[in-house]
Design a protein around this ligand. Structure first.
Ligand SMILES: Cc1ncc(C[n+]2csc(CCOP(=O)(O)OP(=O)(O)O)c2C)c(N)n1
Ligand SMILES: CC(=O)[C@@H](O)[C@H](O)COP(=O)(O)O
Ligand SMILES: [Mg+2]
Length: 640
């Protein structure tokens, strides 16, 4: 049995066997009896490294044995191994030549927190958004049919990721194509305890049927002893399955289902994978694991230890809690607002696609359970569920990360906006998110929402503005989105009262005497204000991206020689684009400086550092405005 640790080692543990593994080929040279030691050393190093770097934690601990077994039995990277979501990939990265680099994970210029094709040939597919692994692996398996026919393809997908529609689309197509594909369902439902949806209950039921496992145990022992009798025993197994779990979901789809087996029992894992490795057609191996396995506090609190904060040497182990924050996190401002609204109005319904904690909805879940819906990783469904609720006169609020709303974009257009239904979107993680990097960047929502008729979009500049604009958006009859960033704000005083703000109207942050007006959209308001002080510029907190405050913009245009727009979003299609369009429509020709993100992906690092990298901090804003003014002076020497 694997070792269980109770503390995070603050100094590097001795890992002599692990240190000899520079690539899976080294691992595959080990005798089987060495693997247990490797597992313990790998887990010890993982604890140490994530303690140093912070990052995703529980999921990786849960797949240490599985990762060792897969790289041991499959000829990676020739055989393709695709991880779903990818937050569990740290053991994979350690075994594939990135052991020493692991302490740089999620840091600027360090390893990505997810598999990334440009980082390693062993990272066969870039992930971060869940439920893509089976589709990608199927593509690779079908690609192998055209070329390298002996290549094997494996997808490792969690029980949560398996709840998303795309996973079933891919399973169904895999069965149709009869592709040689092994899907490993990494099911830690029992350790999580609160996954939602029929699928979670389904898995739990299988797990609970001890009879099934006992029968399986017997069957498998026969299997491993008598490979030649595989077909005969298999027919026995079929009847056994029907006897114990008639509704074998995956068999019904067309997969050969094997399991469930213990994903921490290396002997069982390797024996079963060896049996399955060269089976023809779509195979599904169901393994049970414990999220946080091998670290007692994480086993006890797998949700809390989903991610770990970087541990300062003297600090005790902490789950991912923020460093000293100026004020509440925006997610908690949202959560408090939602509870306050639910108290006032019975029509409030809260919806989250599997991000209850991250969206600040724990209190709402506990206080208003009958108006709370965690729909699992089903963003498309979450949006249309909101539309359906609105049809019945409810006032649904869909709490969803900006990046994950991308999954429900058609539903937003087709089901909500086109029917002008009254759904409010709390768009968290809007803007640069930081350590999660490009896969999670919330930097496209203004572009993808602005273009949708009937949508209104607010971008609050601080915590109180967030509360008031959420209230205003919720009161608005029709689809409304309020975007706010990951983490904390500038520490504004949050008023208990909620006051509807005028739709499409901005507010003046400072009146300046200089030639510049800064139009600030959203959470960079402090940077705008500081740069405005240095430049004696007028600074407007625009509050709304759609509709724009036309009068304020045209007023600024007539009284200033340079308009600056500032936003935490891609330049293309963002708020600055909206201002440019307005000026063009009004026939106003004047210098405009759009400060936003360039047409490239922003990779992982600290949010504040990445904003500064892109000139979106106060110094960067001031610098760019001064540069532009100098260029204007040079171009228009008699500029007033
Ligand atoms: C499309 C999408 N929605 C939401 C998330 C956020 N998310 C990351 S991990 C996770 C849970 C995944 O559960 P599971 O697949 O069972 O993996 P486990 O964490 O249990 O190992 C979620 C919802 C995501 N990465 N992608
Ligand atoms: C892997 C994944 O998608 C989530 O765990 C995500 O990393 C959570 O992001 P936050 O830490 O911003 O809640
Ligand atoms: Mg899981």
């Amino acid at each position: 049995m694997p070792k269980t640790f109770t503390d995070i080692p603050l100094t590097r543990p001795a890992t002599p066997l692990l240190d000899s593994i520079h690539a899976p080929a080294d691992l595959r040279r080990l005798a089987p009896h060495r693997l247990e030691q490797l597992v313990d050393e790998l887990r010890a190093y993982l604890l140490f490294a994530v303690g140093r770097s912070g990052g995703h934690f529980g999921a990786g601990l849960g797949v240490v044995e599985l990762t060792v077994a897969l790289h041991y039995l499959f000829d990676t990277p020739h055989d393709r191994l695709v991880w779903d979501v990818g937050h569990q990939c740290y053991p994979h990265k350690i075994l594939t030549g990135r052991r020493e680099a692991l302490t740089s994970i999620r840091q600027r210029h360090g390893l990505s927190g997810f598999p990334k094709r440009s980082e390693s040939p062993y990272d066969t597919f870039g992930v971060g958004h869940s439920s893509t692994s089976v589709s990608a692996a199927l593509g690779m398996a079908l690609g192998a049919r055209q070329g390298d026919k002996d290549r094997r393809t494996v997808a490792v997908i969690g029980d949560g990721a398996m709840t998303a529609g795309q996973a079933f689309e891919a399973l169904s197509h895999a069965a149709h194509t009869r592709a040689n594909l092994l899907v490993i369902l990494n099911d830690n439902t029992m350790s999580i305890g609160h996954n939602v949806g029929g699928l979670a209950n389904y898995f739990a039921r299988i797990w609970a049927s001890k009879t099934y496992i006992a029968l399986r145990e017997g069957g498998k022992k026969v299997l491993s002893a008598m490979p030649a009798a595989w077909d005969f025993v298999r027919r026995t197994e079929e009847s056994m399955k029907n006897m114990v779990s008639p509704d074998m979901l995956f068999e019904a789809i067309g997969f050969n289902y094997i399991g469930p087996i213990d994903g921490h029992d290396l002997d069982e894992l390797t024996a079963t994978l060896e049996n399955m490795r060269d089976l023809e057609g779509p195979q599904l191996l169901h393994v049970y694991t414990t999220k946080g396995k091998g670290f007692a506090p994480a086993e006890a609190d797998p949700v809390g230890y989903h991610a770990l904060n970087k541990i300062e040497p003297k600090a005790k182990v902490e789950v991912a809690k923020p460093a000293k924050a100026k004020g509440p996190k925006y997610q908690d401002v949202f959560g408090q607002w939602l509870c306050d609204m639910a108290e006032r109005d019975p029509r409030v319904v809260g919806i989250t696609p599997a991000m209850c904690e991250g969206s600040g909805m724990v209190a709402f879940r506990d206080r208003f359970p009958d108006r709370y819906h965690d729909v699992a990783i089903c963003e498309q469904h979450a949006v249309t569920l909101g539309a359906g609720l609105a049809c019945e006169g409810q006032k649904p609020v869909v709490a969803i990360y900006s990046t994950f709303l991308q999954r429900g974009y058609d539903q937003l257009i087709h089901d909500v906006a086109l029917q002008d239904l009254d759904v409010t979107f709390g768009l968290d993680r809007a803007g640069i998110v930081g350590e999660d990097g490009a896969t999670h960047g919330g930097v496209f929502d203004l572009a993808y929402l602005r273009t949708v008729p009937n949508m209104v979009i607010a971008a609050p500049s601080d915590e109180n503005e967030c509360r008031q604009l959420l209230y205003t958006a919720w009161l608005h009859q029709g689809p409304a989105a309020v975007r706010y960033p990951r983490g904390t704000g500038p520490g504004a005083i949050i008023e208990d009262n909620m006051t509807p703000l005028p739709l499409g109207k901005s507010r003046v942050l400072r009146e300046g005497k200089g030639p510049v007006t800064i139009l600030s959209f959203g959470a960079l308001g402090e940077a705008a204000r500081e740069a405005g002080e240095a430049l004696d510029a007028t600074v407007l907190d625009m509050r709304w991206v759609k509709p724009l405050d036309r009068d304020a913009i045209l007023g600024a245009a007539t009284s200033h020689t340079l308009l600056v727009t500032l936003e935490d979003h891609q330049r293309m299609g963002g708020a600055g684009s909206a201002v440019n369009e307005l000026l063009m429509d009004e026939g106003v020709v004047m210098p405009v400086l759009n400060l936003a993100l360039p047409d490239e992906f922003v990779h992982h690092g600290k949010r504040e550092a990445l904003l500064a990298d892109h000139g979106l901090d106060a110094a960067g804003v001031e610098r760019q405005i001064r540069d532009r003014l100098q260029r204007l002076d040079a171009a228009l020497p008699n500029r007033a």
